[in-house]
Write a protein that binds this ligand. Structure first.
Ligand code: NI
Length: 166
């Protein structure tokens, strides 16, 4: 099932996600729906917060062939070093891209869709994507890192868009 994606500046994007206590069949269904929603958008990452479910779950697929789904339940960064900067976009901020400073190399600890714990050390686009999606789980959107001027312009544009929405 394709889920609705919240758009900035929706205040529900500011909610803090709660940890998943047990990976149940319902959680696995949500993970499947999130993956389907991400692929359909199309996007390379999606956090549960963006579909108005405030649980610590993210899905990512940065592969060019869109067949390498990574599921992170209760993700925690256990290590981060170096610096990276990509032009980032977000399914909740359609049409806007900007460079954000992130750690270059990270180790993330999480559970997969079966509830199995794993640890992943990665860099490049996947490392940036994990950091971007984990921000969503604590109510942060990538545009929060922009200068106040850029943010004000973006907010004005978003308000205008809402006014003409029918
Ligand atoms: Ni995003």
């Amino acid at each position: 099932m394709i889920l609705d994606i919240l758009e900035y500046p929706d205040s529900r994007l500011r909610k803090i996600a709660a940890p998943v206590a047990v990976v149940t069949a319902d959680i696995r269904r949500l993970v499947r729906d999130m993956a389907q929603t991400m692929y359909a958008a199309p996007g390379i990452g999606l956090a549960a917060t963006q579909v108005n479910v405030h649980k610590r779950i993210i899905v990512i697929d940065v592969s060019p062939t869109h067949d390498d789904l990574k599921v992170f339940i209760n993700p925690e960064l256990v290590f981060a070093e170096g610096e990276s900067g990509y032009e980032e976009g977000c399914l909740s901020v359609p049409g806007y891209y900007d460079k954000v400073r992130r750690a270059g190399r990270i180790t993330v600890r999480a559970q997969d869709e079966r509830g199995e714990p794993f640890e992943l050390t990665t860099d490049g686009m996947l490392a940036v994507c994990v950091q971007h999606e984990m921000d969503h789980l604590v109510g942060k959107v990538f545009v929060d890192y922009l200068s106040p001027l850029k943010r004000a312009r973006l907010a004005a544009k978003a308000r205008k868009k809402q006014r003409i929405a029918v």
